[in-house]
Design a protein around this ligand. Sequence first.
Ligand SMILES: [Zn+2]
Ligand SMILES: [Zn+2]
Length: 201
Amino acid sequence: MEARHYRIGTCANCDGPEITLQTPLFCSQQCRQAAELVRYVRGCRRDGRDQLADVQEAMWMRLAMVLGGGYPERQRVVGAETRAEVFRRAGGRCEQCGRVLDFDQSSGDPDSIATIQHVHGDANELDNLKAFCRRCNIDDAQSRFVPLQRGSAAAKMAAELKRRWSAAEPLRLCDHDLEWRASWQRLTKTAREWLRTKVDA
Ligand SMILES: [Zn+2]
Ligand SMILES: [Zn+2]
């Protein structure tokens, strides 16, 4: 693989051919989030944030979610009114440990940042939502992680992602935070045009 690898008409993350007009750069949510994670970790490593405990935790959380198939972003976005109602109902405290929630990140304590916890699955109904502090949210997520089986597809993907975020130079175009930010919109347009000419042909 040459440096800054990307070939139009394929997934920028895995080279798979399954791209569509809606998502012309990545074949799946998992691939898009995998590349996002590689860029995030590379950025953290560059400015030394990767040494901070809460950043390390966030990196491992995101890796676990990517390995588990990706985080279902759209389904999980809880509307502002519902969020406010959940926090009101909880009296501004974590419903797991009781600590006072930090809504505007003014406490300087990352553990007490207010989060919304889904009890089961992705439903955004009030009775499926709880107010959790960030600490309890992370602890809960970690309690659900299963260890990687040696030789499994997930273990191979984890090794590949680590190789990419540790590489001195980005191995793929989508691993390069600055170049990707500068070019993904143009690439999206180009890839869509490419797909259209393929359909028309
Ligand atoms: Zn892919
Ligand atoms: Zn808590």
